[in-house]
Design a protein around this ligand. Structure first.
Ligand SMILES: *Cc1c(COP(=O)(O)O)cnc(C)c1O
Length: 453
């Protein structure tokens, strides 16, 4: 079921294979360094890359750019209150701006933060404040093929043990990331959210929800948590967020916008105490890091985000990309999550050692064979960990059609056919800090083969 017809058309070209080869070489085999005009189907991220609706474009024109007391701020405040149930809104330029304002206030050196799995920017903000990030995913999450409904959940028992080991008084916050982006976009149940609330109460710390994909999560709850099978996405989202003291949001995800983010809070005192940092790093509290027009568009986007048909079409499209790949024998993380399909590069390119970056080699092969851009999440992005070698294919919202998905599947079919000819890569530059090296590192093929020819 298609939910949108095109109201504007952006042409895309598949440049010839030889040009793609040149692009790869000139980009140092790093797809972050490839120009978007040289990409045919861009699955690098779902962040800020989606299409806005005609209602959002209309709202954009009504933006009130007043420095103080902007009407557009009021609209966003109303939307956050109606959709998410929080009365206090602090707008920021994007999600990490919200993290900086919140975690810079909450955390001191030596603190720990417990999370189902820290997203990269969250982990970096925790570390930047001298605190320690502790991940407590459920055990089944790291089994790439196990079929379980809520592989994004927090392992509450492990979290209690970790808190006791760290010293309960050192725990500064419990965070739930929904869906769990760093765990293949897997959902978190409402029951688990309730348990996380109890944990936070026992530790006497705030429960923060990183709500970037709260509506996709609510859709999975409706499908998989029997108590909610008759509820709407909007109802489930309100229920799930009701357990949190505070929400961190990137509007580039389910604000359905190209930029923006916010903090939403229940406690007026906490909101007040965050304002000096908000003003210092983002802007005056009625615009934070956003233009009035962008707040107006996001206010509309947030309401659209919880539309049942919108979310269903979204999650089904991601799933259908997964189906197409699985049908062609491409190994993927199961079940498929909310915003992306994760290809298991480690079991596709068994000839490559982790030190030869199988995920990156697969990413380059898919670009070479079909102009498809994904992102490596393995040894290159997470040096020094034993994470699986994954290639993430994230779908921008309301952007691509079945033809694009078929093209991606055909591309991976081709790659699969000559998997044995795909050689590994090595670093030419290894930029600092290590957690961010994958954005700019240059690589080269270690031997002859598909990438080196
Ligand atoms: C994208 C994202 C962020 C950071 O948001 P930006 O808008 O990119 O700064 C934080 N948490 C999660 C789970 C995200 O997916």
């Amino acid at each position: 079921m298609t939910q949108y017809r095109s109201a504007m058309a952006a042409p895309v070209d598949l440049i010839p294979r030889e040009e793609r080869r040149t692009c790869l070489r000139e980009a140092g085999y790093n797809l972050f360094r490839v120009a978007s005009d040289d990409v045919f189907v861009d699955l690098l991220t779902d962040s800020g890359t989606g299409a806005m609706s005609t209602d959002q474009w209309a709202a954009l024109m009504t933006g009130d750019e007043a420095y103080a007391g902007s009407r557009s701020f009021g609209e966003l405040e109303d939307a956050v209150s109606d959709v998410m149930g929080f009365e206090h809104l602090l707008p920021t330029h994007q999600g990490r701006g919200a993290e900086n304002v919140l975690y810079g206030h909450l955390l001191s050196a030596g603190d720990v933060v417990i999370n189902n799995t820290h997203f990269d920017t969250t982990r970096a903000h925790v570390a930047a404040n001298g605190a320690r990030a502790i991940d407590c995913p459920v055990e089944v999450a790291t089994d790439l093929s196990a079929d379980a409904p809520f592989k994004g959940n927090l392992d509450v028992e492990n979290a209690r043990v970790a808190a006791a080991e760290a010293g309960a008084e050192r725990v500064a916050a419990v965070v739930l990331t929904i869906t769990n982006n760093s765990m293949a976009g897997q959902p978190v149940s409402v029951e688990n959210t309730h348990a996380a609330r109890e944990l936070a109460d026992d530790l006497d710390v705030p429960l923060v929800i990183d709500a970037c994909r709260f509506a996709e999560n609510a859709h999975f709850v409706r499908e998989r948590e029997p108590a909610f099978s008759d509820s709407s996405v909007a109802e489930i989202a309100r229920e799930q967020l009701s357990y949190a003291d505070c929400v961190v949001m990137s509007g580039k995800k389910e604000g359905l916008s190209n930029v923006g983010g916010f903090l939403a809070l229940r406690d007026p005192e906490l909101a007040e105490s965050l304002k000096p940092r908000l003003i210092l790093y983002e802007g005056f509290p009625t615009y934070g890091g956003m233009a009035g027009r962008d707040m107006a568009a996001m206010a509309v986007g947030l309401r659209e985000a919880v539309d049942d048909d919108r979310v269903r079409a979204r999650v089904d499209q991601v799933r259908s990309l997964g189906d197409r790949l699985r049908d062609r024998g491409v190994p993927i993380y199961e079940p498929v999550g909310g915003h992306a399909v994760y290809v298991d590069a480690g079991s596709l390119l068994t000839q490559l050692e982790p030190s030869e970056f199988p995920g990156q080699a697969l990413a380059c092969a898919a670009y070479l064979d079909g102009g498809v851009r994904g992102v490596e999440l393995g040894s290159l992005a997470f040096p020094g960990t034993d994470r699986p070698e994954l290639l993430r294919l994230a779908l921008p919202r309301r952007t691509y059609h079945d033809e694009h998905l078929d093209h991606v599947a055909e591309t991976f079919s081709t790659v699969l056919d000559r998997r044995e000819e795909i050689g590994g890569l090595e670093l030419v530059t290894d930029p600092d800090p290590p957690e961010l090296r994958h954005f700019s590192a240059e690589l080269r093929p270690v031997e002859t083969g598909v990438l080196a020819d």
